[in-house]
Ligand binder design. Structure first.
Ligand code: UDP
Length: 235
């Protein structure tokens, strides 16, 4: 059994059908999925992206805003999502702590690994926000980094798809889901599980990445219990 896990949600996932901002219905759904883990004595860390609000590359696309500033805007977006997630969890009685990689102590605790681990041991969900605190990285890399630091046994990348396919299932009818993929295969161009920095870090630390469909109710708990049928594992 995986006692300590880190779950990564993209910012876009929170936007629901609006395509932008935060859909509280989705937030509630995620909070319930996380509660199920906590109720089963799983220690849960969460990283949420910021793509529903701003992404550095997009913000800097026309050159008016510098990439580094765009990235800081993106990191702040993950804090916005983190505050919302913390509220949604506490709304249903799950104790949660938001930590930020960039200090903003009126809003949340600064990221301190020892403190994060202590919260996890006490059954509190820890939300790691503001990415790695550095421009030019992604929240996928932040998730891999935090998972490694708090010694999570797996990193679950919550997506809209059942796993990783050999080709785009939206374009090709004969696309086949891959149950297991090696880190080296995932680093190949045509399989975009996560960015290369995140995969390389996971490989270095022997951290398995489980790509799973977050819209299948109960899937997170199934994975914790060792049922990997609705996902792909990069290891
Ligand atoms: N970001 C960053 N450093 C980090 C993590 C994130 O600069 O360590 C910025 C980057 O601009 C990124 C944005 O925050 O585009 C939002 O994160 P991401 O795109 O990973 O979110 P997601 O795609 O998961 O919603």
């Amino acid at each position: 059994m995986n006692k300590r896990v880190l779950v990564k949600f993209s910012g876009e996932a929170l936007a629901g059908e609006n395509g932008y901002g935060i859909d509280t219905k989705i937030l509630e759904y995620i909070a319930h999925e996380i509660k199920e883990l906590v109720d089963n004595n799983v220690e849960v860390g969460i990283v949420i992206g910021g793509g529903n609000i701003v992404r550095g590359v997009t913000a800097a696309a026309d050159g008016v805003i510098k990439r580094t500033s765009g990235d800081y805007m993106g990191m702040l977006a993950t804090v916005v999502n983190g505050i919302a997630m913390q509220e949604a969890l506490e709304h249903i009685g799950v104790s949660a702590r938001l930590q930020t990689a960039i200090k903003m102590e009126q809003i949340a605790e600064p990221y301190i690994v020892r403190r994060a681990k202590r919260h996890l041991e006490k059954g509190r969900v820890v939300i790691f926000s503001a990415g790695t605190g550095n421009p030019f990285f992604t929240t996928d890399t932040a998730a891999t980094l935090r998972a490694s630091e708090v010694e999570a046994t797996i990193l679950i990348k919550a997506t809209k798809v059942d796993g990783v396919y050999d080709k785009d299932p939206a374009k090709f009818e004969d696309a086949v889901k891959l149950d297991t993929i090696s880190y080296d295969e995932a680093l190949k161009d045509h399989i975009k599980v996560m960015d290369d920095t995140a995969i390389a870090l996971a490989k270095d630390n022997g951290l398995p990445i489980v790509v799973a469909n977050m819209n299948k109710k109960g899937n997170l708990l199934n994975i914790i219990n060792g049922d990997y049928s609705q996902c792909s594992v990069v290891k």
